[in-house]
Design a protein around this ligand. Structure first.
Ligand SMILES: Nc1ncnc2c1ncn2[C@@H]1O[C@H](COP(=O)(O)OP(=O)(O)OP(=O)(O)O)[C@@H](O)[C@H]1O
Ligand SMILES: [Mg+2]
Length: 464
């Protein structure tokens, strides 16, 4: 995936105005979704949804990949990043910021939100007007974002960055070229480079990382660097050496989400749903159920992705109940009869995700989650080497087609369901750059799978 790059502009004098407008609370509608690349869900803006569509909309909102333009909370972190950019890139002073924090604590979301807003607010029109008003020379800010997981070799970071700033691709030359561009007394471009998942560079070639953090410290540098990492011990290993070299970046840690913060984030998603459906309707998830989910997740590791998974599963339970019930209707006028997620649904899901036995956990899974697990069971019995994510997906699809009992779920759904199996601890997925090459580990014994599904005709038929 190529790094994202965009040029915006600022002048020394308008830096403060710019940054103030960047961090102004957006007054735009909460219904605005973003990033079609991450989530190509259709935008539904009318209020003519049937109950089934409401469940679909809700499940989509609580998907891990459902990135919203606006994050909820994280105001302290937002202000710190705001101040950092005000003191550096926006007044043409180099600097570096090192952001760390557990997985799912909103690091990528917040930084991309800030960069996107910076791009929007300092767009071409704003730049021309600001320069005209102040009769100033324009100075451009170029924002480059890159996920380091996408580079095979640490030094490829140089090539990618060099390509982005319009230079050579040869690694030796790329370093020299970048140094010339980033450390340039006469240049009129200030660079903001955001490197996400930089911990992957540390295991590959640490010198690259040290070089990157050194550039902002050099005289005449025009580089503002933001590095994001989620490896917990990275700070201890990486920072002392940077300190010794005099390149210590400003530090910002994202603490795991607290109960209150998780509740606020989940409620925000529910409010989006309500705006889409009908303001007067009760929220789809009961407040006590939201609180239970938030408590459970905060007590484990505060990973927001888990909270989203749990809510999504609880919505599926409510949907199942609605589909079975007599009040089921395809009619929009009947949305009042929709089954809302209550404490009991949420309790079932949280029990399944923690504490209960594997057999219980498997029984609580949805049909396709069980089919996915059974696919892994079949594959492990065939003992054809380790199971990769890609092979797993291919096998599931081919088995669905061969059996012709159930259509395979879509690719996005497949990723979600697999993510949920990981969340409940039934499978493990190793970390890896290429998703299809990641290894899948079955964390339950085959006998537990058999015990859980033996009375389930639908699944047994599929397994035969
Ligand atoms: N404050 C928030 N408001 C709304 N959604 C959030 C918030 N924080 C996290 N999320 C959601 O949680 C998911 C994970 O967030 P994000 O990718 O930013 O985490 P991260 O800290 O970068 O994790 P990792 O270290 O694994 O990369 C995303 O789907 C995001 O939409
Ligand atoms: Mg991230």
């Amino acid at each position: 995936m190529p790094p994202k790059r965009s040029k915006v502009a600022a002048t020394d004098n308008n830096a403060n105005n710019t940054i103030n407008s960047i961090f102004k609370t957006s007054k735009r509608s909460l219904v605005a979704y973003s990033d079609s690349k991450l989530n190509s869900r259709p935008q539904i803006s009318n209020q003519n949804l049937t109950p089934i569509q409401i469940y679909q909309e809700a499940k989509s909102l609580f998907r891990r990949s459902s990135m919203l333009t606006q994050s909820t909370g994280r105001n302290t972190e937002r202000t710190i990043i705001h101040d950092f950019l005000s003191k550096h890139a926006l007044v043409d002073k180099p600097g570096s910021l090192y952001i760390s924090g557990n997985p799912g604590t909103g690091k990528t979301l917040l930084v991309s939100e800030i960069c996107e807003k910076l791009k929007r607010d300092c767009g071409e029109k704003g730049r021309k007007e600001a320069c005209k008003r102040r009769k100033m020379n324009k100075r451009e800010i170029e924002i480059i974002t890159m996920n380091c997981m996408t580079v095979g070799n640490a030094k490829d970071v140089y090539d990618k960055l060099a390509r982005e700033v319009g230079g050579c691709e040869n690694e030796e030359d790329a370093v020299k070229y970048l140094q010339k561009v980033f450390v340039n007394r006469d240049g009129n471009v200030t660079f903001i480079v955001v490197l996400d998942e930089i911990d992957t560079l540390l295991t590959k070639d640490q010198d690259v990382l040290y070089q990157l953090f050194e550039w902002p410290t050099l005289h005449n540098s025009r580089l503002t660097l933001i590095g994001i990492a989620n490896a917990l011990n990275l700070t201890d290993r990486f920072l002392p050496r940077l300190k010794a070299k005099g390149c210590l970046p400003q530090l910002l840690n994202f603490n795991p989400y607290t109960v209150t913060e998780i509740i606020a984030i989940l409620n925000h998603r529910l409010s989006i749903l309500q705006t889409t459906v009908q303001q007067s309707l009760q929220p789809l998830i009961d407040s006590r159920a939201i609180e239970l989910c938030a408590r459970k997740v905060a007590a484990s590791n505060g990973d927001l992705r888990k909270a989203l998974d749990v809510c999504r599963q609880a919505i599926e339970l409510a949907e199942k109940e609605y589909m079975k019930g007599e009040s089921r209707s395809e009619n929009r006028a009947d949305i009042e009869r929709i089954v809302r997620v209550n404490l009991e649904h949420m309790n079932k899901v949280t029990m399944a995700t923690s504490g209960s036995s594997n057999v219980m956990k498997i029984r609580q899974l949805t049909l396709h989650q069980q089919l996915l697990l059974c696919t892994l069971f079949i594959m492990s019995k065939q003992k054809k080497g380790y199971i990769t994510y890609g092979k797993f997906q291919d096998k599931y699809i081919s088995h669905c087609r061969n059996k012709d009992l159930y259509s395979p779920v879509t690719q996005t759904e497949f990723h979600d369901l697999t993510g949920m199996l990981e969340t409940v601890g039934l499978i493990g997925i190793t970390y890896g750059k290429v998703k299809r090459s990641r290894k899948i580990l079955l964390n339950v014994h085959e006998s537990e799978i058999l015990a859980a599904i033996k009375d389930n005709e639908k699944v047994m038929l599929w397994m035969e």
